[in-house]
Design a protein around this ligand. Sequence first.
Ligand code: PHE
Ligand code: ZN
Length: 873
Amino acid sequence: MSTAATPVRLGDYRPPDWRVTDVELIFDLDPAETIVEACLRVERDGDAAAPLHLDGEQLELLSLQVDDRPLEADVYRLDARSLTVFDLPPVASIRTRARIRPAANTALQGLYLSGGAANGFLLTQCEAEGFRRITWFPDRPDVLARYTVTLRADRARYPVLLANGNAVAAGEDDGGRHWARFVDPHPKPCYLFALVAGRLERIEKPFVTAEGRQVRIVVHAQADAIAQCRWALDCIETAMRWDEQRFGRCYDLDVFHVVATHDFTMGAMENKGLNIFNSKYLLADVDEATDEDFRHVLAVVGHEYFHNWSGNRVTCRDWFQLSLKEGLTVYREQEFESDVASRTLRRIEDVRTLWRAQFPEDAGPLSHPVRPAQYSAIDNFYTATVYEKGAEIVRMLATALGRDGFRRGLDRYFERHDGRAATIEDFLAALGEANGRDLSPWLAWYEQAGTPELSAEGRHDAASGRYALTLRQHLPQAGPGRPLPIPVALALFDRGGRRLAAQASGPSPLSGDGVIVLDRAEATWTFEVGAAAPVVSLLRGYSAPVRLAQTADPSDLAVLARHEDDGFNRWLAVDTLVRRLFADALQGDTRSAVHDAWLDALAGLLGDASADPALIAEVLTLPDETTLSEGLQRIDPEAVHAARSQLEARLADALEPQLAARYAALETIAAAAVDPASQARRRLRNRCLTLLARAAPRYLELARTQWRQAANLTDRLAALACLLQAQAPDAPEALDAFAQRHADRPLVIDKWFSLQATVAHDDAVERVAALTAHPAFRWENPNKVYALLLTFALRNPRGFHRVDGAGYHLIAESIARVDALTPQVAARLATSLGGWRRYEPVRRAQMRHAIERLRARPHVSADLSDILDRSLA
Ligand code: PHE
Ligand code: ZN
């Protein structure tokens, strides 16, 4: 059993004793053995006695010189994790040569090979601490340097050479080798370093920035993938224009490179001027990508591009500040998709993600504040909390400051910290000063873990015509804590659905956008509404990431489901009804009074010709089992599955004629159209099909017809899912046909794995286990492991939590196997066991046992032990 690393604490932060002003790197590239020569110009910036400390791991030292002289053995110390140099003058140059082995690097951190030994290409991944596997360096984000990089490689095998910044020179070497040199004028932390070398194809288009800079946008991929990069190239252009218009941010180099790889542990990486993408988030064409994939490409391309300002031009002082770049960039990405595609849909999806992933994370042993106070393995903090809850905090700030105020604040932040490393305090100070406000109370959102509860109580007094709304907040896990500023966007309606323009008085004013801010434990606002009781719509657009204790009357929710003009809250009203029904169903009450209100609301929406089809599809989609389990004390996944299935069957039965009519009416949607309106109609049509296939076996004929005629992957997969779900006799044959059709397309095969992993049949565990032996499955490939095993663990609660423990056993074995190859992926898989305390006793014991057995194995990576230890603590 390995011991965990000593934790790093935010309170121990000290500025670096040494700065690195300039770096020169020379790579002699070869998959078996690459030689890295590094020359760092260092300057003392602190304590004169402090030695120079450089991080370095899995490097073989070939030579070491200071100011061009070899170093005596007594003035440096080398160990497995670092190189320390003593007695340096205040300014010095440190030159090292190291040998590294890219082809043997299955951790996918540092320099590695993608695409196999025969035809693969070389690339790097450095965030968070991968640069230390390339050369010795102060591997911390507050050391910003200017980089000059020379790449040398065999020309035939590595014709394309790329690194950050602008290409300045190139030439030939002996023996069929060539070289290229790059200068990045923007100082950057080493986690943003990148290089790529290989046989890559490219597509490109020119772009002129609002500042008049001529830019080439270039997308690179291997030959089998380049034809599917068109959509991404268009999305990059859209993102560049959008960031100029919405936030005044222009691109700042002559070229913007984007590269696709099938071998990547995360979604994508924002290396300066050389973004690297998991192919899952870059490739898209209608025959091999779903509508959802098209949206993801748009969003992730935007996300990485927006990092060029929020992350690269202004970076993080230390990794505790990770949400400074990630929360802000996720917010920017959300706004991007909302502006160029559908705001309501994006918001519903984000809130579903928050509820499914972040709320449970925050309710279990892996809970941490958006800015953690300590960590043992930073790789494990790329979490839903840092990303999604972090984005919610930025959204709340934007809501509280208003659109113009937020823009002013962000301008101030980018100006003041440009080219430097910043903290969350810096961010709040810039936003606050630009608006003449003290935003320091907002720090509590970053420092206190747990999901706050918000309760609302309304009292109407007919005689005075006043409506009093009392809001209370409570942070369950975190003890007393500081009160959080909670922006509550609200609207009042009469029972006919007309919006009331009510005057309000209370501790904070009602803004022009209809927002009040609850900044204490409890407060009351009074609205002049007249003699009739209003219907109140709270947290419009989900204005704060809280658990709303909903006591609203079902008939009020029905009014909102019909008339709310905020699409999100229209959906929220129906979702609130569903959750109540689910709670009743778990108690065995299957005919609760809420039932009719729910079905009426759905029928009303289905019949509303003016309603967005995507919104209708969303109200017809019940929360998943994980979301429904959230908040339960002793989860019984079988009972949750049964109650949810029963509700879904009820819905399908009750609405069958309308669903069939809608399915037929939506027949002609151009197969190749991926504009938001076509996607929305396809989404509704496939949702109708899925429900109909549940309602009666005869509707499987519709699915079969669609399966035969489908001209895009969205429709083909939806039909296949219906057959599989219903265990139709021809389902196995259809599965085989699908696998054959797409045999050489890894991303499509990933979907085939995922689909089978999510089906909640009794033998799901055995099916998934058998698929790990399928020739297309590869343990070294994160996408394969995620598609099959992580999907099974997270998206098939009935299978994963089977009461005999077989699901836990399968996942534990898989974790052990993957840990020997790619620790980050193993650690991510292991988070699926983290919620063990919330299950009924039998499963709880089995999950705990699985964690303990994993922990007791002889070789456990630092990433995995961190997750296991925190899960048990
Ligand atoms: N910084 C990347 C992003 O969110 C995520 C990432 C983290 C990628 C670590 C690789 C490694 O955009
Ligand atoms: Zn990011």
